[in-house]
Structure formats: C-alpha cells, structure tokens
Design a protein around this ligand. Structure first.
Ligand code: CAO
Length: 504
C-alpha cells in the first residue's frame, strides 16, 4: 500500500491526501453528549444576549411575531422532553406499532400500553432466550412505556378504556383490519368521546383489494417493491434484514402522529392517521420506481447488467450490490474473506475521486485512458474495474481499507457484523447502542433512539412487566376511587380468566 500512497501523492492532479482520520472500528472522538453540552452552552449564551438585545426582524418573524413563547433560559436538555404532556393510548403489538410508540415515549410522551390480561403482547413470549423472562423481541421494542392489562371486550374493561380515551391524546393500534371496530372502538365512537383524539393505525394495505389482509414484515417487503428489487438478477427475490415493513412503517406513523398533533394545535380536533405497510415499503423503494420509469428511455446504464450485455425486461430488475444512484459501487472482498463472512467493504467509485482511486489501487494509467477516464466510459466496464479494485481490497482488512480510502475521500464502508456493532464504542457513547437492566432477565443490549434532539435527550428505560402499572394508571391517571378500582378488579376485566380445573 505504501507504494500506492506514494504514487497518489506524486501525481499533481490527484486530490491532496487528507490528514489521517482514525476510522478503525469507526471510533468517534467526540461524543454526542459533548456536542449536546456545547450546544446547550451556546444556546444559554444566546438566550442571555437575547435578553439585552432587541430581536432582529427576521427572528421576530421566525418566532411567529410573538405568537410563541420566548425561548426558555434553561440549558439545552433541561427544559423537559419534546413530547412532554402528550399521552398515548398504546394498543400496539408485535413490531410495527411498538416501534412507533417507543419513539414517542423516547421523546417524552406518556405511553400507556394496553395489553390483554394474562398474555400481553404476544412477543413477550416469542423467541424466548431466558426462561420466565420477557423476550428480547418484546423488551427491545417497548422501552419507556407503562403497561396496564385490560380485557377490552369486558364491560368493565370498556369502562376503563373509555376513561383512557378521554384522558389520552393519541390512540395507536396495529390490530388486524376490523379488530378495533369489533371492540366497539370505531372512529365515530372515539371521536365522539374525545374529539381531540388522534387515532393512528398501521395496516398491511391501504383501501383496495387487500385491505382486509393480515400482514407481517416479509409480506410487506414483497408487496411493497423491496423483494422484487433485492437480490441478484439470476436469483430469487430476497427480503432484507432491515425491518423496513415493520419498523419502517412505525417510523412513518410516528411522523404522521406528531404532524397531526401539530395540526390539532390549530384546529382543536383529532384526525385519523393511517400508514399501510405496503405504502411505507414503496416509499422506501422510491428510487426503484424511478428506475422503472427510466427504462422507457433505454437500459439502466449504472446496473452491472448493462455492462454484461444482458437486455433489460419491462420491470426494474434486481441489481445485486450495485449502487442505487449514479455512483457505481460494489461489495468487495477484503483480507480474511475466506474465513470471515463479513470481511468485505462497500466501495463506491465516485467520479470526483476517480483519480485518487486509480492511484490507490495502482492503476494510474486509468486516469487518462479513454476507456476509463470518464464516468460514461466506465459504465460498460464495471466488472473489470471492480475486479481490479478487489485485487487491492483483498490485500487489506476492511478497517485498513476504510482507513486508507477515507484519506482520499473515497466513499466506502466496511460490512459490520452485529457482533462488531454491539461492541462498537462510539455507538455506545452516542446512546445508539445501550445496555439496559431488567428485573427478570438482567442486562441486555438494545438500540437506543436513533434520532438525537439536542433539547430532548433520550434516556432508555426498561420495558414494563405485564400489567406493572395497572394500579397507578387506574388511580393517578384515570382518578378511579378505591371502591371503583375494587369493583373493576373483582369483575375480572383486568385479570386473566381462572384456568378451568381439569376434570379428575
Ligand atoms: N382484550 C381483548 N381482546 C384483545 C385485546 C385485549 N386487550 N387485545 C387484542 N385483542 C384481540 C383482538 O380484538 C382480536 O380479536 P378479534 O379478531 O376476535 O376481534 C384478537 O385479539 C387478535 O388480534 P389481531 O387479529 O390483531 O392479532 P393476530 O395475532 O391474529 O394478527 C397481525 C397479528 C400482526 C397479523 C395483525 O394484527 C395485523 O395484520 N396487523 C396489522 C399489520 C401489522 O401491524 N403487521 C405488523 C406485525 S409485526 O410483523
């Protein structure tokens, strides 16, 4: 490599080598905490100076001409959470809905998870790794929530639900189509009981031929355009490990909810928010619908298939690991690939750094060779180009390659295993990977809030045990007196039905 570095330096046209950035294991030098702290200091300073100076006209305008409160003087991160005061009636289960309400909880909403007595969210008992404890499936999707058990079909359960509807701002659910209505909780009913309530739902499909179908993650990936465009041209359609159907739709729904809350500030009324998983996946596959339409204008020249001389059909094909845009890229082998399934790097031949790429891989002649010098000339030769680059990457570990290539601003990324991500120090420091303690399962790792707000800092709290907060919700939130609590409890609306005695 020393040779390639030297040649990169020697060529006057090659972009200057940047000072070495330590990227081994992607360790960040400054933590987000530090960044947030300094942002907080700066903000406090500006808040102080704002007191003495007259606000500029533009600032006044941005602040709604005085319609909004003055900026608080408290340091960033100490002025409460973004969604403080918002209460969520969380009727979600499995993954898509819980992802959404977990985000809202991280932003400070009081999320009250309603679960079926005795059973709870079905994921509590799925993929169990510690006997007798809630599964990771459940704990990793339900942080910062409270749990109450209610049989929603019991008259006394309905009584409690009615009170919750009155006291909450948003009802979030992802039951199978029609299930909420069958509980008697139609939109008309809820809107009548609490006209300010927002009712947010995840369903598999929007209105249309499939609207009544139950849907899980991979069904959404298949029906939303992801599977038909994932994998290799000559292989099966593939699903991806990223849960774009479930977690992706949960994210979409969270945005819909905060947007509806924002509109409610103006209109005073709630509305329905619907995210269909098919729509959410298609939204994430938008570039593939772009390519579908480009097919009319001729072959998709950035797809490897073009260089291989294989004609295109009438639908966007699977493109293996080709880059999605106009910057050709591939996954290439690195040192150790024979034994390590993740010894690979994604390498992008971005046009502005082509000269540096040629120098690094030891092909300086390609900088001026008309077959390689321009992006257009390179498109039919991508296989040859990436084979040559791979000869170089195979001599480096993925971290060494990342380190070297970043000195020249060459976009690339090592294929990181879940083990490497779990152990990554920088992700721990930013709170993206968090260790949480749980009373029945002990310590476990989870993914924290990936959305960092400088004035609403997320603290990841363990998921609730089944019905852990039933009493406090009945009394503190709903204001039931002891007599009413006893009546509701004795009715059996909050507890699992007694198991029938087995006949002797
Ligand atoms: N008290 C009493 N009954 C309750 C209850 C409670 N607290 N909570 C749920 N139930 C009942 C429901 O009312 C429903 O009963 P009916 O069908 O008799 O009216 C029943 O439990 C089952 O609900 P469901 O149909 O939603 O659950 P399922 O396990 O059969 O299906 C799923 C699961 C995910 C396929 C379905 O909910 C669905 O399609 N949801 C929408 C799409 C979605 O979010 N999918 C992502 C799932 S994550 O991969």
């Amino acid at each position: 490599m020393a040779k390639s570095k030297k040649s990169a330096k020697a060529k006057s046209k090659a972009p200057a080598k940047k000072p070495v950035r330590k990227v081994v294991k992607l360790a960040a030098k400054s933590t987000s905490k530090n960044t947030i702290k300094s942002a907080g200091k700066a903000a406090s300073k500006s808040a102080k100076s704002a007191k003495s100076a007259k606000p500029a006209k533009s600032a006044k305008k941005a602040n709604g001409n005085g319609a909004y409160p003055k900026p608080v003087a408290k340091p960033f991160g100490e002025a409460g959470k973004a969604l403080e005061g918002v209460r969520i009636l969380d009727f979600t289960h499995v993954q898509s809905g819980p992802t959404c309400t977990q985000l809202l909880a991280w932003f400070g909403a009081d999320v009250i998870k309603v679960e079926r007595p005795g059973v709870g969210d079905i994921t509590r008992g799925q993929l169990v790794d510690v006997k007798g404890a809630d599964s990771l499936y459940f704990t990793m999707l339900n942080h910062n929530k409270r749990s109450i058990t209610i049989d929603s079909k019991h008259p006394q359960g309905k009584r409690v639900l009615d009170e919750l509807i009155k006291k909450c701002d948003v009802l979030v659910e992802n039951f199978a189509p029609g299930a909420l209505d069958r509980m008697g909780l139609t939109w008309d009913y809820i809107h009548k009981v609490n006209p300010r309530m927002i009712v947010a739902s995840v369903k598999g499909f929007g209105p249309g031929p499939y609207e009544d179908c139950k849907v899980y993650e991979n069904v959404a990936q298949c029906t939303g355009g992801s599977a038909s465009t994932t994998g290799f041209r000559d292989g099966l359609p593939l699903v991806t490990g990223a849960q774009i159907g479930d977690s992706g739709t949960g994210l979409h729904l969270a945005l819909g909810i905060v947007t509806a809350l924002f509109q409610r500030n103006r209109t005073g009324r709630g509305q329905r928010v619907l995210c269909a998983m098919q729509d959410g996946v298609l939204n994430l596959c938008r570039v593939k619908l772009r390519d579908q339409q480009r097919l009319k204008a001729g072959p998709l020249t950035e797809y490897s298939q073009y260089g291989e001389g294989i004609p295109f059909g009438d639908a966007t094909p699977r493109a293996g690991n080709d880059s999605g845009g106009g910057q050709p890229g591939r996954i290439l082998k690195c040192k150790g690939w024979e034994d390590d399934p993740n010894a690979y790097i994604y390498f992008i031949t971005q046009a502005p750094v082509w000269q540096a790429i040629c120098d690094v891989i030891g092909e300086p002649g390609w900088k001026t060779d008309p077959d390689f010098a321009t992006p257009k000339a390179r498109l039919p030769r991508l296989n040859q180009i990436f084979e040559r680059i791979e000869e170089w990457t195979k001599t480096k570990t993925k971290f060494e390659a990342m380190d070297i290539l970043n000195q020249y601003d060459i976009p690339c990324g090592p294929i990181l295993s879940m083990k490497e991500l779990a152990e990554d120090e920088s992700l721990r420091k930013t709170g993206t990977v968090v260790e949480v303690d749980h009373p029945t399962r002990g310590k476990y790792l989870t993914v924290g809030n990936p959305i960092k707000l400088s004035d609403s800092i997320t603290e990841v709290k363990r998921s609730p045990l089944l019905g852990e907060h039933t009493d406090e919700i009945l009394t503190d939130v709903l204001g039931f007196k002891a007599k009413d609590v006893a009546e509701i409890k004795n009715s059996g609306a909050l507890s699992a039905p007694e198991k029938e005695e087995k006949a002797a």
